[in-house]
Design a protein around this ligand. Structure first.
Ligand code: TXA
Ligand code: MG
Length: 348
């Protein structure tokens, strides 16, 4: 790819192409697929968040992802496939997964599966396993299919920053760092996939995500949720490398008061002039607040979708710090609270 070196700084020419998310133009897909096949990086929409993708079978291509994101090399990437048939060539698809596949895929569920030698060891951070999923987004599926190889893609944000849910954010954060950005507007969920691994007696959540435990249990059986997965405690020995890193965070300090009664009294009694208050419509109206709105709690999917953009508004707004309240940990609420806890510090 065209790389211009300015001494220590390297800048990549980024090709930005608008594309329809539901009916992607095959000419643009062909172009993006050729960037992948030639070892380049492409930012593309999935149904969860934007991914920063490269050919999952080639170490040198995958290394470019870590470099563009500034991601620690011991944190493995999710591999995206366009079909179960393709997946079977690169990971060991257990009989269990074969049975569930049509219920969970294409969709925002990632399973940790044993990898074969065909998958880049760099993408797996030297682990014997690979986080694997088939995304439910026509652009993503067409891109993988045309490239003819699985695509490794973490969330497209720079490491530690909130995930990217719109092409506008992708362009601000990644122009000059990747070879191509597919500009397809907003993603559907705005929240990453649920990451699961099989353990004795069922499945364990490594990272809560767009699909809640309540929706997975009827399909997969017992799902175990640890305090670490809820981000409710600090992790000394992470079961997934992603657990030990700071994540999803705005640049400014974000405080949290999970209990909403305590949150409302705090903002009523203290001078919060310099604080960006991030809250739901219900909390805003019961406390008579002006805030960075997360939307209505009647629909936790709406709260989830507005969360990362709210963190970015905190950074771009005239605030010194921010404060946010808690949400019920049911359905997608488990993922919302995991992201809030990882992005903030408790107010005390
Ligand atoms: O929705 C999503 O999952 C998005 C879109 C682009 O697909 N991707 C995403 O990737 O969020 P990333 O890299 O930001 O998060 C992947 C998570 C990390 O917590 C990582 O540690 C974990 O999955 N992970 C990946 N491979 C793993 C493995 N082999 N074993 C344990 N954890 C793994
Ligand atoms: Mg991420």
């Amino acid at each position: 790819m065209d790389t211009i070196n300015y001494g220590m700084l390297s800048q990549t020419m980024t090709e930005i192409r608008k594309i329809d998310q539901i009916h992607p133009d095959p000419v643009i897909i062909d172009r993006a697929a050729s960037v992948i096949k030639n070892g380049g990086t492409v930012v593309f929409p999935t149904e969860t968040v934007y991914g920063l993708g490269a050919d999952a079978t080639t170490d040198s291509s995958v290394m470019k992802i870590y470099k563009a994101k500034g991601r620690p090399p011991d944190n493995p990437l999710i591999v995206h496939f366009s079909s179960l048939e393709m997946m079977r060539k690169y990971v060991h698809v257990t009989p269990d997964i074969e049975r569930f596949a049509s219920n969970v895929w294409p969709g925002p569920v990632t399973f940790i599966l044993e990898a074969t030698a065909n998958l880049s060891i760099v993408a797996r951070a030297s682990l014997p396993t690979a986080g694997s999923r088939i995304p439910a987004n026509p652009v993503a599926l067409a891109l993988i299919d045309r490239a003819g190889v699985p695509i490794s893609a973490p969330s497209a944000n720079i490491s530690t920053r909130p995930s990217i849910v719109s092409s506008a954010e992708a362009i601000v954060e990644l122009d000059g760092k990747v070879d191509m950005i597919l500009d397809a507007g907003m993603t559907f969920f705005g929240m990453e996939s649920t990451v699961l691994r099989q353990i004795e007696g069922g499945y364990e959540i490594l990272r809560p995500g767009a699909v809640g435990v309540e929706d997975l249990e009827p399909i997969l059986g017992k799902i175990f949720v640890s305090a670490a997965a809820r981000a409710a405690e600090t992790v000394d020995k992470p079961i997934t490398p992603g657990m030990k890193y700071r994540h999803y965070s705005p640049g400014k300090t974000l405080y949290r008061i999970e209990d909403r009664g305590a949150f409302i009294s705090y903002v009523a009694e203290n001078n919060t002039a310099d604080m960006g208050i991030i809250c739901s419509d219900e909390v805003a109206s019961s406390a008579g607040l002006q805030c960075i709105s997360l939307g209505t709690e009647k629909d936790l999917y709406e709260i989830a979708k507005n969360l990362f953009p709210a963190f970015r508004k905190l950074d771009s707004g005239p605030y010194k710090s921010g404060i946010i309240h808690g949400f019920p940990e049911s359905g997608i609420g488990l993922a919302i609270m995991n992201r809030i806890r990882k992005a903030s510090v408790p107010y005390q």
